[in-house]
Write a protein that binds this ligand. Structure first.
Ligand code: ATP
Ligand code: MG
Length: 573
């Protein structure tokens, strides 16, 4: 491809709305253009990369035995009503009506659509195991589309759904996908960290997210470098410490605390550390009020709490609901009460001696509060967020935190969809049974952006050989028609050899061409200039290492082929 005949609108300046490197560079290198908030146009060079990532995903999915489909992106409301998700999907799902007022969703995901399709296609245990997938557009009305194509309203996902006869079969399908994902990301030269993820309260037993460590990541990961435990903060467990405090029990005493409500206010007022407080927060779980009690130096993990309660909905209670159940305004709740309210205590509350809590009375706190004596721990669970330095649940060593971008997700769904949508097959004994399901997603655009996030420098993108839009970029520096013809000859030679080559034949300065070549990040640059016209020497320069070497025209093809193979092998082997 000759740049003079191509569309490659590179930019010197960063786009004003781009805050992260991948977004900046993808726009500046002429890969994408913003159409409107959360929606992007892929220009020819961006599309080439997207197609290469897609090809790797497709190749590996096919290798794993999964079968490719192409599903409609408009999914009928009926399907969503069958699973019950028409009402629970919330505002992220785009809903539309046709001229006959039939309702549809622009699919944010395809569990229902695939379960329904498979329901009409299989009938016997002999049809299983089955893994079906597609590479298709998804629509999500994200609250905050951002970071370019990383979080957009319309994006391409590879989504797969497995169907098995039993848990063992599901586990095999899950492990196959886990392996396939590792290979896919490796081939894209993307270093990922698989972490345990929250499975939610409503079914699903095991789930892992593939994370790319990055400062711009929206997820927090807890990592134990000693034993390898890795989990998303939503899910991460930790060993709750043993109390070192052995002071004698003090009597329970009510103290006037006018307008002292928050933990910060309290530590100032009582001149003590936050760990002495029993923070008591009232939630509404599926319509019922509950109180969660955690040490004052800890944050409540609402995912853990929700899972513990097996609740579909969990939210902070309104001020009036708090007042109704505790008898006091917000800020004065506590576990010492005669009122009937379900309480869930974090595992570490029992270790607090002479604690301080709200007295369920306006402007009053209790001091000298002791679990067992002043209230009973009726229900105990790990309901707090694990933090940097917390002890690994597996080996007890201190964990570290990292930020991460989720690029893929594998999930054991269980029977949620096969049961709610009445998908059955006949087992060996002729009895109708529900298959057990898994689902597996990869964000294709987000993967592409994550590669840029991981492989760039201050000059631009550094494409891995496996997904680069072009393998070679020729910078021609010709002054005469004769020289231009000599440059073109090199270009034609490479093209005819099947090399993906981009020729910069624009009538601009060499410096401009070199800067653009670095910005767009093609792995191999060949300079055809004075040295070639006078001495038959071509310069090969590697974008990744900055190393350069000179070759003659006669040796060029063989050397380039060799480099392409080496650069591919580094990634894939
Ligand atoms: P997130 O927590 O980032 O919103 P999610 O949990 O909603 O992700 P899944 O439903 O598991 O994501 O989707 C599978 C994959 O699709 C994700 O791992 C991610 O790579 C990609 N993805 C999800 N939402 C978007 C989006 N708005 N834009 C681009 N890719 C997305
Ligand atoms: Mg999401």
């Amino acid at each position: 491809m000759k740049i003079s005949r191509y569309i490659l609108p590179t930019l010197k300046e960063d786009p004003s709305d781009a805050t992260v490197a991948s977004h900046r560079l993808m726009v500046r290198a002429g890969l994408i253009r913003k159409e409107s908030a959360g929606m992007y146009i892929y220009l020819p060079m961006g599309l080439k990369v997207l197609q290469k990532v897609t090809a790797i995903v497709r190749e590996e999915m096919n290798r794993s035995g999964a079968l490719e489909f192409l599903m409609p992106e408009m999914t009928s409301a009926e399907l969503w009503k069958e699973s019950g998700r028409w009402n629970t999907m919330g505002p992220e799902m785009f809903r539309i009506k046709d001229r006959n007022t039939m309702e549809y969703a622009l699919a944010p995901t395809h569990e229902e659509a695939f379960t329904s399709a498979v329901r009409s296609l299989i009938s016997s245990y002999r049809d299983l195991p089955l893994n079906v997938y597609q590479i298709n557009t998804k629509f999500r009305d994200e609250i905050r589309p951002r970071f370019g194509v990383m979080r957009s309203k319309e994006f391409i996902m590879k989504d797969a759904y497995s169907f098995d006869m039993d848990e063992k079969g599901l586990d095999d399908s899950y492990q196959t996908m886990r392996k396939t994902y590792r290979t896919i990301f490796k081939r894209c030269n993307l270093e990922t960290i698989p972490v345990e993820a929250d499975t939610g309260a409503m079914g699903g037993s095991q789930s892992e997210e593939f994370m790319v460590a990055s400062e711009i990541g929206e997820e927090v990961l807890l990592i134990c470098e000693a034993c390898g435990y890795k989990a998303n903060q939503e899910k991460a467990e930790y060993q709750h410490g043993v109390p070192g405090n052995t002071e004698p029990e003090a009597p329970l005493a009510a103290v006037d605390t006018p307008d002292v409500r928050t933990i910060d206010d309290l530590t100032v007022f009582f001149k003590c550390g936050p760990e002495r407080f029993m923070k008591s927060i009232v939630y509404t779980a599926d319509g019922t009020q509950i109180m969660a009690v955690v040490p004052g130096n800890r944050e409540i993990n609402e995912h853990k709490l929700k899972n513990h309660l097996r609740a579909a909905e969990l939210e902070l209670s309104s001020d009036s609901a708090v007042e109704e159940v505790t008898g006091a305004p917000v800020g004065f709740a506590g576990p010492v009460t005669d009122r009937k309210i379900r309480m869930v205590f974090d595992t570490s509350v029992k270790g607090i001696i002479n604690g301080i809590t709200g007295a369920n009375k306006k402007d009053t706190h209790y001091t000298g509060v002791n679990p067992g004596r002043d209230f009973t721990i009726t229900e105990e669970a790990d309901i707090t967020i694990a933090e940097e330095g917390d002890l690994c649940p597996q080996c007890g060593k201190a964990m570290i935190t990292r930020k991460g971008i989720e690029v893929g997700h594998i999930f054991k769904l269980g029977y949620k969809y096969s049961k709610s949508m009445s998908l059955t097959v006949l087992d060996r004994n002729g009895k109708a049974v529900h298959p057990i399901m898994g689902c597996y997603g990869i964000g294709v655009n987000r993967t592409m952006a994550a590669v840029v996030e991981q492989h760039h420098d201050d000059k631009g993108i550094v494409w891995p050989m496996t997904i680069t839009p072009f393998q070679v970029c020729i910078v021609g520096i010709a002054k005469t028609d004769e020289e231009a013809a000599a440059v073109e000859e090199i270009y034609t030679m490479m093209k005819d050899a099947g090399i993906e080559v981009l020729l910069d034949d624009r009538k601009v300065s060499p410096g401009f061409k070199f800067a653009d070549a670095e910005l767009i990040g093609i792995p191999i640059r060949i300079t055809v200039g004075k040295n070639y016209f006078n001495n038959n020497e071509l310069e090969i320069k590697m974008r990744r290492t900055g190393e350069s070497e000179n070759v003659t025209k006669g040796n060029l093809l063989a050397r380039i082929m060799e480099i392409i193979k080496q650069e591919t092998d580094i990634i894939e082997k």
